[in-house]
Design a protein around this ligand. Structure first.
Ligand code: AHR
Length: 490
């Protein structure tokens, strides 16, 4: 039997809404032939940005968008992406398939996108191949209200008012595509760059240092020891995948691969605990945020597509995995202040996929929509006893759950059943609660690899859930096999 006790009047921290952040890189068909279709496109757009994508992302309350990379960020020179489009240089995107980048989507277009989405920009600057001056000047161009050459250049390019910028990345994966540096070298470089990274409108800038990946605890140790005083956030990247070489398909897998991938996702908890423990030694007040600005599944590309474009499909397995991962982030909300799933459109674990004028919502999108009430809410203390879901001689908990209370007092309980074979009966105890109503939705499918396609775009979508019954301050829930359930208790 699975049991949960939720203390509805308790407070286990605030789930920062930025944990539900996203990431859009100049990679494959994320920006070009994705978000950006250009003003002259027959696809409905606003100043070149696809309307259907904006509408879909607004619906999940996208809180922030990280741009322009990823690896692309350390090869990107912002001046290439301003001014009349016909004058912008064409150059090679050497990280992602050597395709020609025409720079039609640059600073103004990105800020317009954030404006249309109603989300905060999170810009990642170039350390690997850029200069301190280049990064500092970008900030002046973006944020200065007065009469400087850079602010006037911004005005000449159509933006009178300075933009508000809070989140600023100082390089990306500087242990790899961002310059192949040692932690000790990058820590010094970080301090040099960060010294000159400021808002020119007197508001605070939240500087995010290029952080470790996976279990590189040495990187965290060095960065925290050498540079914690000059950073507000430290990034962390962790992707869930079966194996790096010869990656496995997104839609064709057996149960052992379903199990392995979810186990890999749960490993996020260990990684966060270990990195947080190091950070605690240098920053016991938890001022510095751990910013998981790349996470999600990484499968083989869809057959027939450019391997450098990282275009993958997205099944029910990806949605369950995302739900489980977000629950892990909630449990670390004292340290995890932001997270960005990779990537928003047509790349890796995307929210939406496009084909010409058509757009489909992925199962992961629906999961984000079902969880959106957690954004900014108070995390409720919860004790979960779960049965095991075993495969071979390994086992993981079958049930993952999280509950939060929003400003109106409504409780959102989200639960995932990781077992693809068996419904999970869950007895939920809410001591002292005066709950009178429960409504819910469920996301599941006939098969583990249930998927939305352009031919059948609604195969996986949330439907009303009638498997929860209230009995005083107790709740009995029967979760279908391989499902994500969101319940609102009032
Ligand atoms: O998200 C794809 C790539 O993965 C990013 O560009 C890079 O930062 C990471 O290695």
């Amino acid at each position: 039997m699975n049991r949960i006790t939720i203390h509805v009047d308790g407070n286990a921290g605030t789930i920062n809404r930025h944990i539900y952040g996203h990431f859009a890189e100049h990679l494959g068909r994320c920006i070009y032939d994705g978000i950006w279709v250009g003003e002259d496109s027959p696809i409905p757009n606003t100043r070149g940005i696809r309307n259907d994508i904006v509408e879909a992302l607004r619906h999940i309350n996208i809180p922030n968008l990280r741009w322009p990379g990823g690896c692309f960020a350390d090869d990107y020179h912002w001046r290439d992406g301003i001014g009349p489009k016909e004058n912008r240089p064409r150059w090679i995107n050497s990280h992602w398939g050597n395709v020609v980048e025409n720079n039609h989507f640059g600073t103004h277009e990105f800020m317009d996108l954030c404006d249309q989405l109603g989300c905060e920009p999170y810009i990642c600057g170039n350390v690997g191949s850029g200069t301190v001056q280049e990064m500092r000047d970008w900030l002046e161009y973006l944020t200065f209200a007065g009469d400087s050459s850079l602010a006037n250049e911004r005005r000449a390019n159509g933006q009178d008012e300075p933009w508000a910028i809070t989140y600023w990345g100082v390089g990306n994966e500087n242990w790899g595509c961002g310059g192949n540096m040692r932690a000790e070298y990058y820590a010094d470089e970080y301090k040099r760059y960060a010294t000159y990274c400021r808002n020119f409108n007197n508001s605070a800038l939240y500087r995010i240092a290029g952080g470790p990946h996976d279990t590189d605890y040495h990187w965290t140790e060095v960065l925290m020891r050498e540079a914690a005083a000059r950073m507000e956030g430290l990034s962390l990247h962790y992707y869930s995948l079966i194996q790096w070489e010869d990656k496995k398909p997104a839609t064709q897998f057996d149960e052992s691969e379903w199990f392995t991938l979810l186990k890999k996702a749960l490993f996020m908890d260990t990684i966060l605990s270990q990195h947080s423990a190091i950070m605690d030694r240098y920053d016991p007040d938890k001022r510095v945020g751990l910013i998981v600005d790349e996470w999600g599944t990484w499968h083989a590309v869809e057959p027939g597509t450019n391997p450098a474009f990282l275009y993958q499909q997205n099944t029910l397995r990806d949605a369950v995995l995302a739900g489980v991962t977000l629950h892990v982030f909630h449990n670390h909300c004292d340290r995890v202040h932001m997270a960005n799933i990779a990537q928003t459109v047509n790349v890796l674990q995307a929210m939406v996929l496009t084909e010409g004028e058509h757009m489909i919502l992925t199962p992961t999108y629906h999961m984000f929509e079902m969880f959106k009430g957690h954004q900014g809410a108070t995390l409720l203390p919860l004790v979960l006893q779960s049965e095991d879901y075993a495969s071979g001689d390994a086992a993981i908990p079958a049930v993952s759950a999280s509950a939060s209370r929003n400003a109106s007092g409504e409780i959102l309980l989200t639960v995932c059943n990781l077992n693809p074979n068996k419904p999970a009966e869950l007895s939920c105890h809410l001591p002292g609660a005066a709950i009178t109503g429960v409504t819910g939705r469920v996301l599941t499918g006939e098969t583990m690899n249930a998927v939305n396609t352009f031919e059948a775009p609604e195969a996986v979508r949330p439907v009303p859930f009638d498997g929860a019954a209230l009995n005083g301050s107790d709740l009995k829930i029967v979760l279908p096999a391989k499902s994500v359930v969101a319940l609102t208790l009032s």
